[in-house]
Every structure is written in C-alpha cells, then in structure tokens.
Design a protein around this ligand. Structure first.
Ligand code: BES
Ligand code: ZN
Ligand code: ZN
Length: 466
C-alpha cells in the first residue's frame, strides 16, 4: 500500500466529504452520516461521503464512510483513490486521521481462497492534508498490523496452529527490535502450567507460550503486559460444540492475532515505552488424549481447577499465561484480549467489547481510547458474588460458575481470570463479539476477522493523535 501526500489530484477515483449543509448543492444527496453517492465527471468518478451536520461531524462518521467509499473503489476495480481531505467540514487533524484510517481499513479484502482475486486498492493519495510524514507512517503501520491480525483470523484453522503463531512472532522479532521466546509443550509442562498443558493435550499440534519483549524505554521500570487468547481452533473438546456454534471457531485466536499485530506495530514505530506481549496458544481438540470434564488440574499459580466444561478453555490457558507473566516480568499493568465468552455477545452484540478491571484508572483510560479510535468498550462489575460462584468442590476453583446456566457468563469468566492476577493492575477485554463479523461489512469493520484491539491497544499505549 502506497500512501502519499499530493498537492494536485492525480487519481480518477476521488473521495469527497460532504456535510448535510454542503450536500444541498448535490442533487439527490442529503449528506447524512454513512450515505454515499457516485457521480461522474468525464472519466473521473467522484464518491460523495455524507458525514452529517457540520457542527456534529465526528471522527467515527468520517472513518466509517471513508472505509465504505474505499471498499466501493475496490468493487469497481479501481486500485488508486484520492482522499480529498480539504472537503472535510471542519479542519481538525482527528478527522483527517479518521479518513485515512477508514480508507486503509476499507481497502482490506481477504482473497486467498478466491480463484478470481479481488481488486484491492493499493494506493491512497491525500489531497490537502495537514498530517506530517511521521503521522502518516504511524497510521499506515498500525493499519497494516490490523490487516495482519485479520488475515490470521481469516486463514484456515488447519494452517494456523500454535507453532505457526510462534513462527509469526519469530518473524516479527527478526524484522523489529523485539526479542521472542517460545516455550514448547515440554517446557510448559515442566514449568507447571497444568491448565495450558491440559487444554492443548488433545491435539497433534501441541501448545506454545509465546513471549515477545519490546524495550523502548530502558530508563523506565514501567512495563505493560498484553496477553492474547490463542485457541487456534475451539472444538469445545469433550464438551463438543454443536453445529451452529463450531463453524466460526477459527476466530478463537483473535486475541493472539491482535497481540501479534500490536507488537509488530510497536516494534516498527519504536515508541518510548516497554511492553511484553504474551500469547497462550493451543488447539482445543477432541480425541482420546483430550482432557476430561470432571478432572482437576493444577495451575501455574498453584490453585487447582475442576473442569466443568472443556469448552471453557480460554480462561484456563489465560490463567496460566497471566500468572506466569506477572511472576516473570512484574508488569505495572496487564491487559488481556480474549474471545472468551458467548455471553458477551448476549450482553453487547458484536458492536462493543466487554471490559473488566480491578483498576478504575486503567479501565477509564481504555474506555476513553476506545471511544476515540472507534473500538468501543463497556465495563462490567466483578462483585464478590461472581468470584464466590467460581469456587470449586474438591478443588480451589471451577471453570464454569455455580450460577444458573448462562447467567452472567462473561462476568464469571472474568472473575475466574481475576483469581490469577493478585494485586497487579489488570484489565480483561472480552472480544468474542467484536473480533469476528458474521454479518455484512459495516464501515471500517469488514466481514469476518476484524482485527479488533490493535488500534485500541496501540492507541492506549502510544497515545491517540488528538
Ligand atoms: N471460544 C468460546 C467463546 C466464543 C463464543 C467466542 C462465540 C466467539 C464466539 C469459549 O471458549 C467458550 O466456548 N465459552 C463458553 C463458556 C461456557 C462453557 C462457560 C461459552 O461462552 O458458552
Ligand atoms: Zn470454548
Ligand atoms: Zn474458546
């Protein structure tokens, strides 16, 4: 993808932004949010993008409609588009950033399995931009990393197994200033990560714990850990998922894909911060060696867990990854990203991710970033009653709550994870709804893998452009 700032328009596919006020000059076009109109001027195609009333024009509207217009360009087989940023109704940097983010996201098209490859927009001209080269590079890099995360989710589960995620991490390590260490199934077992071992034991492709260290500020002791759920396929195990739930479960490594994308972005952009990225990778398979419902396993932290359902596996692999990361790296904050529960879809649908935290200021900062970048979060409580419901019978903990079936399922998953956090500042983001879009593309959110979390967490760690 080429992004360049130009003085004069060269491309014959132009994207103009129009407020409701200025749209009065265009026949049959109202300028309402997300409305697009195609007009022709000789050989030039002009796409008018509605952004609502001038004084109410917000970044999310610009991002969304710019993505829609760019997707249209690809559908119409154009490879080059011009973003006429001077047509934005207000001259705010935030709106220019959103327009570019939208266009980059809208250019994405996963064509790997199509015999006839889709035409993909591979060049974006910025006309009349006030963004400097560094800002453009930052937005572009992050968007490439979002698209890498989408690719990993969209690819076949058969090809993306734990060792492949490890190889992706090693490749990022080779290209950037990130050190990568991968623990094998033997090391995972030797270190006492009984939960990650158990979840991964039924697959011919064994589990991995992937550790990526980025040290951008050696003078600081501050270090954030980001941890991703990397279940490369979630069959449910012995508690096999039924038809209707199982087909999309290659998306169960979306948290891991986001962590890889975030680390790649950091390694490339080199901000002055310290971050450790960890991926708990396993294939939750069903075969004769798979772990059993009813059995009790010992975690890395020492707490024992009774397996009520082999399908509540994400919390198991994350529990070991969280406890190990805290012991090994003593991070100042831990943020995990996980397609953890169907319950979060029941609560929020697929527009908003669930946020759970033991630290109000971390939760508020993540919430605010989400609003700014358009990856929205909504916070849930973890009251004592939920933690109480996760206590075991013969064991310390259970992996499914004692509450009535499906009650507060997303919160109970978070309450389980909290048992492995101790006093470290922590936030859990349940992306089971937002990571994968089974509906049609909407705005910057494509069909299938969305890359949710990459812009959110890089925005949180690096500060979002104001
Ligand atoms: N991977 C699923 C959660 C999920 C559901 C992700 C839908 C994406 C879309 C997770 O491992 C799971 O199966 N959770 C169970 C937990 C239950 C057994 C307590 C669920 O949500 O039903
Ligand atoms: Zn599951
Ligand atoms: Zn799962």
């Amino acid at each position: 993808m080429k992004v360049e700032s130009v003085k004069k328009v060269k491309s014959i596919f132009q994207i103009h932004f129009m407020s409701e006020e200025s749209a009065k000059a265009i026949p049959d076009f109202t300028g309402k949010k997300n409305e697009v109109a195609v007009r022709y001027d000789g050989k030039t195609t002009i796409i008018y993008c509605g952004v609502g009333p001038v004084d109410k024009c917000i970044a999310s509207a610009v991002r969304s409609v710019a993505a829609k217009a760019t997707r249209l360009a690809g559908d119409k087989k154009y490879k080059e588009v011009s973003l006429i940023l001077s047509t934005l109704p207000q001259s705010r940097k935030e709106l220019e950033v959103a327009a570019l983010q939208g266009a980059l996201a809208g250019a994405y098209n996963f064509g790997k399995f199509k015999s006839e490859k889709p035409v993909v927009v591979d060049s974006i001209e910025l006309v009349g931009t006030t963004l400097d080269a560094a800002e453009i590079k930052r937005i572009q890099t992050i968007s490439v990393c979002v698209n890498e995360a989408r690719d990993l989710v969209n690819d076949n589960a058969h090809e993306i197994y734990p060792e492949i995620l490890a190889q992706k991490a090693r490749a990022i390590g080779r290209e950037t200033a990130i050190t990568v260490k991968v623990l094998s199934e033997k090391e995972i077992a030797r270190l006492g990560m009984g939960l990650l071992s158990a979840v991964g034991q039924g697959s011919p492709n064994p589990p991995r714990l992937i550790i990526m260290e980025y040290k951008g500020d050696r003078s600081s002791k501050k270090r954030t850990a980001i941890i991703g759920k990397g279940i490369t396929f979630d069959s449910g195990g012995q508690n096999l998922k039924p038809t209707g739930s199982i087909e999309t479960m290659r998306c169960d490594m979306a948290g891991a894909a986001a962590v890889l994308g975030i680390m790649d972005a950091l390694g490339t952009l080199k901000p002055k911060i310290n971050v450790v990225g960890v991926v708990a990778a396993a294939h939750n398979a069903i075969d004769g060696t798979a772990y059993f419902p009813g059995d009790i396993y010992k975690s890395f932290l020492g707490k024992t867990v009774q397996i009520d359902s082999t399908d509540a596996e994400g919390r198991l692999v994350l529990a070991d990854a969280i406890a190990y990361t805290i012991k090994q790296f003593k991070p100042t904050a831990v943020i995990d990203l996980a397609t953890l529960t169907g319950g979060i879809l029941i609560a929020l649908g697929d527009f908003v991710a669930g946020l759970f935290s033991n630290d109000d200021s971390l939760a508020n900062a993540l919430y605010t970033t989400g609003e700014q970048v358009g990856e929205r979060l909504w916070r849930f409580p973890i009251y004592e009653e939920y933690s109480e419901a996760m206590k075991g019978d013969l064991s310390d903990l259970r992996n499914v709550s004692k509450l009535k079936k499906s009650h507060a399922a997303a919160i109970c998953g978070a309450a389980f994870l909290q048992e492995f956090v101790g006093t470290t500042s922590w936030a859990h983001i349940d992306i089971a709804g937002t990571a994968y879009n089974e509906g049609e593309a909407r705005g910057e959110v494509p069909k299938f893998g969305t890359g949710f979390g990459v812009r959110l967490i890089t925005g949180y760690l690096m500060g979002v452009a104001k």
